[in-house]
Design a protein around this ligand. Sequence first.
Ligand code: NAP
Ligand code: ZN
Length: 353
Amino acid sequence: MSRREIKAFAVPAAGAPFQEFTYTSTPLGPKDVEVKIECCGVCHSDLHQAKNEWGGANYPLVPGHEIIGRITAVGSEVTEFKVGDRVGVSPQIGHCKTCNMCQKGLDNHCRNIMFNYNSKLNDEKQPFTYGGFAEYHRCPAEWAFHIPDALPSHAAAPLLCAGLTTWMPFVNHNIKAGMKVGILGVGGLGHIALQWANKLGCHTVALSSSPDKEAEAKKFGAHEFLCTKDQKQIEAAADTFDFILSTVSADIDWTPYLVLLKPEGVLACVGLPVKMSFRPGPIINKKLVITGSLLCSRKEIQNMLNFAAQHGVVAAVETLPMTAANCDLAMKKLEENKARYRVVLVNENFDKN
Ligand code: NAP
Ligand code: ZN
């Protein structure tokens, strides 16, 4: 199928306000699908990259990787989707299938990973992938996922990054009912992670620097709320956690959280501050494990969506019409830790679902 002119919202340079931006897409390949975007969540990774905090951002940059929409075209070899199907697209749209991690089924850790925006393309008209702050998105069908009917689009869109990113560490570390689990940071990722921990039967503790989030954290499933600014609360809970999942976007002093872990406990990081600093003493003394996780394998994305549909796990969202001004507003809310708990930009030409 031919190329399409796609209207989007882009950051023209690091930290600059959003502008309207139209690009000419790649032709639709035989294994690709085209999605008309109904809505797209706004992730802190969008902010990190709009400001080029990690380096490597290419401008104009069209962020947005929590996409839900309907299929408007399928390539000639696509069998698993038809026009009109409701699908989700996550931050990842490609894997090489040959590297060690792909062969282990950990395609989310592919060394040649392709992201849905800011990845280089060999195309004369579309030099990079562009994300979901847009009217349409094209991607390989194998990286589009059926959205179960039980999940409403606006509240489910954040599952496509915040949800799947926090799901994967529970799988990686075989986290089971009865374990004491701390979710560090109650933001976009954290408020969904609290729900996973609770529904999996863990003793769930919110570890938050924002005391005003206590009541909501408990609604999301926290059995306890521990204010990370209160040294006494941290000390009282020392050596009691099996597993802590960090979703924090800033470099903080990590030592207190190492203190919270039991011997041989695990701190799994998905939050991506520019750097992390900590005293190694507790890691060495208690034989702790500090590890990380990127996004989620294709297999587990489908498992995550099915679990969410079965257990009613969705995001608490604020919806805004998708405009340049609202892209800026969403970024500002994230920057000021004011999103409650995920901003979702909605293309208003769609019926609410
Ligand atoms: P978010 O909504 O802004 O939430 C981050 C939370 O971190 C805040 O709500 C806050 O929680 C806590 N926090 C922020 N600054 C802090 C500070 N200075 N001190 C203490 N706590 C602070 O962000 P998000 O969208 O959930 O994303 C979180 C991080 O995950 C980002 O770095 C993002 O890039 C990363 N990420 C990684 C992956 C992956 O695959 N690994 C995928 C998606 C996102 P409290 O108010 O409760 O303290
Ligand atoms: Zn994200």
